[in-house]
Write a protein that binds this ligand. Structure first.
Ligand code: GLN
Length: 252
């Protein structure tokens, strides 16, 4: 009997060891039981400050993923262009920031399955007579948030005169209301929020690009990647994801 128990114990121990991931725990997070999310909380409705807390679609998705993994969620609010370095160096476990999947970024991090589609849109003053970015002309100034896909694509666009970079999307929008720049290129949902808060602006009908959002995870951390993908799949299947989105984005 004693022998049987010790065999069972050894078996149980080796099984639990086998369940441990590359980062030393089954969650694949740097610290056991904690999921650290890096974000830039200047991006409503995905992440923004509400009093002392950071709320929004990504914050709630991360909370739901953490819960499924049996982890406590910790959110780090940092500059958007610091998110990928924090994730690839292991300081944060996931980057969740309305982050677009691009081939370039895939060189530095792995991406989860996509959880949302998006697009870059163009904000201009009402009655500007501009109906597409190409109307802007060679001496135009277009505002973007540093390091975003809006920045990357506008910087490559020969039809744009100058690209002016701002730390926050909202700062670019303010420059537009002050007449300092001619247009802002930014993601569609934040664009709607910023336009609703700043009278006299409008979003052009024509999208500039179409994109997919996903969570960034340190390259090769397949344990965490699998956990996040499994959680996302369950949240999609049971309607939680739709419910979170509906809470922040009014149906059109
Ligand atoms: N989707 C854009 C990008 O990934 C902007 C994200 C953001 O500003 N938070 O570059």
């Amino acid at each position: 009997m004693k022998k049987l128990i010790s065999v069972a114990l050894v078996l149980a121990m080796s099984l639990s060891l086998a369940a441990c991931g590359s980062s030393g725990n089954p969650e694949g997070t740097a610290t056991k039981g904690v999921l650290v999310m890096a974000t830039n909380a200047e991006f409503p409705p995905y992440e923004y400050h509400d009093g002392d807390s950071i709320v929004g679609i990504d914050a709630e998705i991360a909370e739901a993923i953490a819960k499924k993994m049996g982890c406590e969620l910790r959110i780090e609010d940092i500059a958007f262009d610091s998110i990928i370095p924090e994730v690839s160096s292991g300081k944060a476990d996931i980057g969740l920031a309305g982050m677009t999947v691009t081939e370039d970024r895939k060189q530095s991090v792995d991406f989860s399955e996509s959880y949302a589609t998006s697009s870059q849109v163009v904000i201009v003053p009402e009655n500007s007579g501009i109906s597409s970015l190409s109307d802007l002309g060679a001496d135009s100034i277009v505002g973007v948030q540093t390091g975003t896909t809006g920045d990357i694509y506008c910087s490559d666009d020969d039809s744009i005169g100058t690209v002016e970079r701002y730390n926050k999307g909202m700062e670019a929008v303010q420059a537009l209301t002050q007449g300092k720049i001619d247009a802002v290129v930014i993601d569609s949902e934040p664009a709607k929020v910023f336009v609703s808060e700043n009278p006299g602006l409008m979003v052009l009908k024509e999208n500039y690009t179409n994109e997919e959002y996903a969570a960034a995870i340190r390259k090769g951390n397949t344990v965490l990647l699998d956990n996040v993908n499994k959680a996302l799949e369950e949240l999609k299947a049971d309607g939680t994801l739709d419910k979170i989105v509906a809470k922040y984005i009014a149906a059109e």
